[in-house]
Design a protein around this ligand. Structure first.
Ligand code: SF4
Length: 276
């Protein structure tokens, strides 16, 4: 697993690296989280925490058909189907017909969003649109450890951007980007990485940060520890200081995202064909 991650990190190797499915842990092979009783939780992706009536109906029907014992709203704004037996996983995934939320992976998991300026009267920016864009670009990309993102539409911070691995906060005339926060095993506020006027600048800066993290952090090292170890100033300089370097980092992450997409499609096919 470590070898796979390392290979996928570096320029040029991302698209040529091949993965050995048997090297993945059971959660990754099953695309679900094993629970204490040996059943699994299935968490489909809901980009930016947004869903539709059709999706909700489908999830409800699958849960009823398979007698899923617990349907749980997660902290990452998704719906977990908990208690699915291993042999039921291929059918559940097939019937859901939704991408995996990678709730089991060392990867970008969720991008939590608040309502933002489309509906909230306090909103200064469209946090939902930016959150969806970021999750579509970065969701599932393998990283040294799990990474959670959030986008809030104003400094009231309803998506808890301040305690995420990377958090975006809409402010008047732009966006602030924070990194290295944690609301779990240690409570830590993120450090300010920069201020950006446009959403595409936020996306590029996030990509550069994530790729530097992929290339530099130790396996299993969460961003909040890596940011303390390397220093936010040094990280800012390396990831964002030089426009060319920033673009190169973002391009390497995009290559890794393409590779992961192909790998994921093959892995899903395997899960559906052979069972987990
Ligand atoms: S963070 Fe601001 S924009 Fe978002 S829901 Fe809260 S008050 Fe509204």
């Amino acid at each position: 697993m470590q070898a796979c991650h390392q290979l996928l990190c570096h320029d040029g190797l991302a698209e040529s690296a091949s993965d050995d499915l048997t090297s993945r842990l059971i959660n990754e092979r099953a695309q679900a989280n094993i629970q204490k009783d040996g059943t699994f939780s299935v968490v489909p992706r809901m980009y930016g925490g947004v869903t539709t009536a059709g999706e909700l109906k489908r999830i409800a029907e699958v849960a009823e058909r398979h007698k899923v014992p617990l349907l749980k709203l997660t902290g990452g704004q998704r719906i977990a189907l908990i208690g699915v037996p291993r042999e039921g996983l291929p059918e559940v995934w097939r019937e859901l017909n939704m991408p995996s939320g990678h709730a089991y992976a060392k990867a970008v998991r969720t991008v939590k969003t608040c309502v933002g300026d489309r509906f909230c009267r306090y909103g200064t920016q469209d946090s939902v649109a930016l959150g969806i864009e970021m999750e579509k670009r970065f969701g599932g990309i393998p990283l040294p450890a799990k990474v959670k993102l959030a986008v809030s539409g104003c400094p009231r911070n309803c998506a808890e951007s301040g305690i995420k691995d990377m958090g975006v906060v809409g402010v008047s005339g732009g966006w602030e980007l924070y990194a290295g926060g944690c609301g779990g095993i240690e409570l830590k506020g993120g450090e300010k990485l920069g201020h950006f006027k446009r959403p595409d600048e936020v996306v590029e800066a996030t990509a550069a940060f994530l790729q530097l993290y992929r290339e530099d952090a130790d396996y299993g090292e969460r961003t909040f520890r890596w940011v303390v170890r390397r220093g936010i100033g040094k990280i800012r300089e390396e990831a964002l200081g030089d426009g060319e370097k920033r673009k190169a980092l973002a391009n390497r992450l995009a290559a890794a995202a393409r590779a992961e997409k192909e790998h994921c499609a093959a892995e899903t096919e395997t899960v559906l064909m052979k069972g987990a």
